[in-house]
Design a protein around this ligand. Structure first.
Ligand SMILES: [Zn+2]
Length: 84
């Protein structure tokens, strides 16, 4: 079952909120040429480096896989942000 962008953005927003409320998913878009990947634009509020943007590239092939990849990439983005 393919997920549409609306479903993907609501799932990714829930994941972001559950990790840290400073994370916000600004947009979710298909990659060029279609395929099974989407790009998420994420910002971290309250960063010393405004605006703090991260682009995530995630598989949309399967909902649990999508959720898992979003979670780990958001955590990595946040870690990166704290380290700076
Ligand atoms: Zn930052």
């Amino acid at each position: 079952m393919a997920l549409d962008l609306e479903q993907l953005s609501s799932i990714s927003r829930e994941v972001a909120t559950s990790i840290d409320d400073r994370l916000s998913v600004v947009s979710v878009a298909g990659t060029e040429g279609g395929g099974n990947r989407v790009e998420l634009l994420v910002t971290v509020e309250g960063c010393h480096r405004e605006p703090c943007r991260h682009i995530l590239n995630v598989s949309r092939a399967e909902v649990h896989q999508f959720e898992k990849e979003v979670r780990s990439q958001l955590q990595a983005a946040l870690m990166d942000h704290r380290a700076g």
